[in-house]
Write a protein that binds this ligand. Sequence first.
Ligand SMILES: C[S@@+](CC[C@H](N)C(=O)[O-])C[C@H]1O[C@@H](n2cnc3c(N)ncnc32)[C@H](O)[C@@H]1O
Length: 314
Amino acid sequence: MEEKREEGLLLHVPVMLKEFLELCQPQENEKWIDGTFGYGGHTTALLERRCKVLAMDMDEQAQQRAGLLREKGYHFYFFRKNFSEMAVACSQIGWDWVDGVLLDLGVSIGQLKDPQRGFSFQFPEAPLDMRMDSSKEKTAAFLLNNLSKELLIRLFSVSCKPKESQRLAEEVERFRSIRPILRVKDFLEIILKARLSKAKGHVATRPFLALRMAVNEELEHLQKGLEEGARLLNEGGRLAVISFHSGEDRLVKRFFQDHCLPKGRHAPEGEKEREVFFYRIERRLVSREESRNNPRARSARLRIGWKICSEEER
Ligand SMILES: C[S@@+](CC[C@H](N)C(=O)[O-])C[C@H]1O[C@@H](n2cnc3c(N)ncnc32)[C@H](O)[C@@H]1O
């Protein structure tokens, strides 16, 4: 998400907004779930198109920002919950189905730049926390200090090669046998000792990503969020997901492929029991222009699925 200053306020430019709006075509009075409210960029665009929005975010500060939006009198609800619980949130406001679901994954720029939250290696003195939901018990430091070597290897392997994951786990064990791992700089020291192979960006990027994903159980919640979202969609409804790295994107791609039956094709007998949700899926990469203006968005990709219509409409 790009960041702009205006009248002393931080304004955030939502990633791939143009593509999202062009493809999804949100219409007046449609019901949308924005599962990753953040700074409300996508939500605001939906509200400006007179959609009704149920927004969710597990971050406390996102909840505070949502309060400001509510005062503007839009048709807007906010739940401080994981988007994997969107069905519960919907039932609480009496929505049985929705026209669209958007998930713009990962952390917001505000979370990354908060020197107290431990998401970024740019703040070595920060506590190694990394929780998006600060009411949850297990921090990144807790995981590194308590997981077995096997579980640490599995944790790192989400974004690191097998040998690198092994070395990282060994260095974690070595470090914590002397003193507990508490701060970002402790984890940075471990990463440097593990001598990872050269990467395009900073050597700490991939281990930090793997640890953050484990702390917030991101892939597990994403899988559940996709399933719940797809079930809640009305016929012709859209499920849109913006992802930022291959781990998430692979899961989203597979989900869409596993639940897609193109228009005009009929499910063979054996496939009938399988849940088929979509008749069309699309993928878009971030434009050159957006990537130039907002380097953080450069790895973004948008995938959208359209919920299957009844036989007559297909
Ligand atoms: C990339 S930002 C979203 C930015 C937002 N689309 C905007 O335009 O301002 C991701 C946000 O989603 C939240 N988030 C990530 N995973 C979540 C999950 N599983 N459930 C609820 N919130 C989540 C994070 O706390 C963060 O605030």
